[in-house]
Design a protein around this ligand. Structure first.
Ligand code: TXA
Ligand code: MG
Length: 318
């Protein structure tokens, strides 16, 4: 085993926290069978208890250690899309630590598509509970440097695997009832899931009966600056309005479309997803008050990018 992985496995076994790269975003990991370690994840993030965590696995063969009554649809999707940016919500085994799942009768599972994450999981030999490695409500980290900025010494070890290839979090699909439900759009397009299932995928509305999911709160993935989502023909007016109010505004968009301050956010959905969180962080780092942005078309990865931008733009609590 690689020396860095070996050290990270030791930290996990001792109940410590390891930030690690995945293809989507960096995760803040704890050994999932150690409740005290998992509790530390919530403290480090400032995440309220009761918001369930995803358990990461090295392979679909590990599903049985966490879930029961696994439907054929789950096997089919895992076979086709794991390792990859898809999280499956399944009925859980009774022995899944409560600190991971809160009051849910379900557990969220995924196999990440990143050699470092997989080596860490293989080394530990069991599941790793991990949310995104950022402070609660903030922008997810897509580099090791982002993790260090957000969490500093709240994490025992950071494994650096370079920038994340996908850049937005996994798609979350609830297969715990008869009807597949999309809980969060993400790295696997909904269209791909519908095609594999030969069925339509219902989009869950937030409300009664849904688990508390921070990624589905109206305001989340938010920088300090305000984000204004506007129509393509409203960009110049919005920038003018911001300037009139004495606000420092920047356009998030493809270069060359605008003479004033601009932070690169490509139009092509895969490129946009990969750049999105670094771009939102740059808005804050450069001291802008407002970022003006046009949503991508809601197809493929564009759905996840639009979802994150809308939540970044939502009114903030408190
Ligand atoms: O790409 C990802 O999914 C990243 C990487 C690190 O794997 N992880 C991630 O974790 O985004 P987090 O905690 O930031 O978001 C996980 C989402 C939360 O909205 C959580 O509430 C939801 O998954 N979730 C976890 N367990 C659940 C369950 N049993 N039922 C419904 N939602 C669940
Ligand atoms: Mg998160």
């Amino acid at each position: 085993m690689d020396a860095a992985i070996e050290r990270a496995v030791e930290v996990l076994r001792a109940g410590g926290l390891v930030a690690f790269p995945t293809e989507t975003v960096y995760g803040l990991g704890a050994a999932a069978r150690l409740p005290a370690a998992v509790r530390r994840v919530f403290q480090a993030k400032g995440r309220p208890a009761g918001h369930p965590l995803i358990v990461h696995l090295a392979s679909a063969n590990w599903i049985g250690g966490w879930a029961r009554d696994v439907p054929a649809d789950a096997r089919r999707l895992a076979e086709a899309l794991w390792p990859g940016p898809l999280t499956l919500v399944l009925r859980r085994r009774p022995d899944v630590p409560r600190v991971i799942v809160g009051d849910e009768a379900t557990v969220a599972l995924r196999v990440p598509d990143h050699p470092v994450a997989l080596a860490l999981l293989e080394g530990l030999g069991d599941g790793i509970a991990a949310p995104s490695a950022n402070r609660f409500g903030g922008v997810s980290p897509t580099t090791a440097a982002h993790v260090a900025l957000d969490l500093g010494d709240r994490v025992d070890l950071i494994l650096d695997g370079g920038p994340c290839r996908v850049g937005v979090e996994s798609t979350i699909l609830d297969l715990s009832t008869g009807q597949p439900r999309l809980l969060r759009p993400g790295g696997v397009p909904t269209e791909a899931i519908a095609e594999l299932l030969g069925a339509t995928v219902e989009v869950a509305e937030r409300g009664v009966g849904l688990p508390r999911a921070p990624g589905t709160l109206p305001s989340h993935y938010a920088p300090r600056a305000d984000v204004w989502v506007v129509a393509a023909d409203e960009v110049e007016a919005a920038l003018g309005r911001a300037a009139g109010d004495g606000l420092r505004a920047v356009l998030l968009g493809p270069p060359g479309e605008h003479d004033g301050p601009l932070i690169d956010l490509p139009r092509e959905p895969h490129d946009a997803a990969r750049r999105l969180y670094a771009a939102l962080r740059e808005v804050d780092a450069r001291g802008f008050d407002v970022a003006v942005v046009v949503l991508p078309e809601e197809r493929g990865l564009g759905r996840a990018v639009a979802d994150r931008l809308r939540r970044a733009a939502a009114p903030r609590a408190g």
